[in-house]
Write a protein that binds this ligand. Structure first.
Ligand code: ZN
Length: 373
């Protein structure tokens, strides 16, 4: 069984590396003119409103377990449907899903008691999902236009109805209690959320307008390096610092004061020797500090209070594409692993059943009150 599992893991990894390579074939890494050194705002440790105290909850009815695992789903590309007259690579089919699938998936997650939470709330161990509900996090890598894009309508920029964000906005309108959250990991050496179209409505907006629109809708933006480089092929610290720092510098240039708080490894590949430069550094006077690093993983993320939790090695699950595979999100929905994170509805407390207290490292509570039942 162990060997079988290992084989699956290796296969999944191989596929991930393969598809990222395919996806980035078109990455041009436009001229890398260094943005001027700008002010370096402190990395904001995220919106922290003081949550109102929640009324006592019925623990037996809601059965919270905040030592459980959270699915962090990774998406890449979306299409209306596959053209039956075209042939697609397996990698394309693994990493692409339809808009209608996304809508159906959200409906199913809603009915299963999942609610949206954000990467920043996860990193802060401040998941604000209603008591008895399970958090789910959506992440999107590479800034593809099918994830989010703008078109011009009557002289105004509006969300392209043919993108994942439009699907999420529609769903949110009908199910506001599902929440509207998501983190987009982008490379500003390219042209995120834009592509030339041969036909149909042309995409619109400057980089700044696209990013601002996404932020105004409440979404988060994270660092995915400036040019989507393979970090393991870089042998010197300066290049890593440039790849991570130049992306932050370009972000400041587009959106004044917007500091990335998390980082997604391009191709899912890390650089163990130079990892400290992924976490933080200074590039041409611009400081960057990533509070979390998300991997291209194959299983749910362990709770931020778990003794083994490492914010610099947060696992994700691949969103199921047209070609489903073991260890993708549908697989995990069909083969759930105990314990699943169930919220107590109060971001000030960490509530855990007696049987799971070994999954809590009290030094990771961050001032929150531990409640065992
Ligand atoms: Zn990528």
């Amino acid at each position: 069984m162990k060997v079988q599992r290992l084989v699956i893991v290796l296969l999944v990894l191989a596929v991930i590396v393969g598809v990222e390579a395919v996806l980035m074939t078109h990455f041009t890494g436009e001229s890398a003119s260094a943005p001027p050194a700008t002010a370096t705002p402190e990395p904001t440790a995220v919106p922290t409103e003081t949550p109102a105290p929640t009324p006592e909850i019925d623990l037996e009815a809601t059965k919270p377990n905040e030592a459980g695992e959270v699915p962090i789903v990774m998406f890449h590309m979306f299409v209306d449907e596959l053209d039956p007259n075209e042939s697609y690579s397996d990698d394309f089919k693994r990493y692409t899903q339809s808009f209608s699938y996304l809508k159906e998936l959200m409906g199913r997650l809603y009915d299963m008691g999942y609610r949206m939470t954000s990467m920043n709330d996860f990193l802060n161990n401040s998941i604000e999902v209603e008591a008895g509900y399970k958090p789910v996090i959506f992440t999107f890598d590479d800034g593809t236009a099918s994830q989010f894009s703008l078109i011009e309508e009557n002289g105004e920029l509006v969300v392209n109805p043919e993108c994942a964000v439009a699907v999420m906005l529609d769903f949110y309108e009908e199910h506001p209690d599902f929440g509207l959250e998501g983190t987009f990991y982008i490379n500003l050496g390219g042209s995120p959320f834009y592509e030339e179209r041969e036909s149909g409505p042309q995409l619109a907006g400057t980089v700044q307008e696209r990013l601002q629109h996404l932020i105004d809708l409440g979404f988060e933006i994270g660092n995915h390096t400036y040019s989507h480089c393979n970090l393991s092929s870089i042998s010197d610290a300066d290049t890593i610092i440039r790849e991570v720092g130049q992306n932050q510098a370009a972000m400041y240039e587009a959106i004044d004061g917007y500091t990335f708080t998390s980082f997604s490894l391009p191709f899912g590949i890390t650089s163990p020797e130079l990892f400290e430069h992924i976490k933080s550094g200074t590039y041409e006077g611009v400081e960057y500090r990533n509070l979390g690093v998300v991997e291209v993983g194959w299983d749910p993320a362990i709770s931020p209070v778990n003794p083994d939790y490492d914010p610099y090695s947060i696992h994700r699950i691949r969103g199921t594409g047209f070609m489903a595979e073991d260890c993708d999100f549908e697989w995990w929905l069909a083969n759930p692993r105990d314990p699943i994170y169930v919220s107590d509805g109060d971001p000030n407390t960490v509530t855990v059943p007696q049987a799971y207290t070994s999954l809590v490292d009290e030094s990771k509570l961050g001032g929150k009150q531990l409640r065992v039942y």
